[in-house]
Write a protein that binds this ligand. Sequence first.
Ligand SMILES: [Zn+2]
Length: 103
Amino acid sequence: MSRMRKRDKPWVRDMVMQRVERLFTLAAAEFRLHPGLCNRYALLARRLSMRHRVRLPAEFRRRMCRHCGSYLVHGANTRVRLAGAHVTVTCLECGGRMRYPYR
Ligand SMILES: [Zn+2]
């Protein structure tokens, strides 16, 4: 029998959030010494959220590149520019740009 998608269990979201939070905490601690490891953490976090179809809050989504999945530290491996009603964040790892509405 194939793996069926049952109704999302309420605790799944909590579990994912806890693990994602932990991954980002680890990534933040490692960034200066092991930037490569951070990308691994960011990738794991993204996979987790996709596998369980949990949408991550903006604070986490903005800390990784939408294009290459790199862990982003603003001012370190990003360039942030204001463009009209948007903030454009350029990932300096892959050159990809992400736009966010300006509050
Ligand atoms: Zn990138």
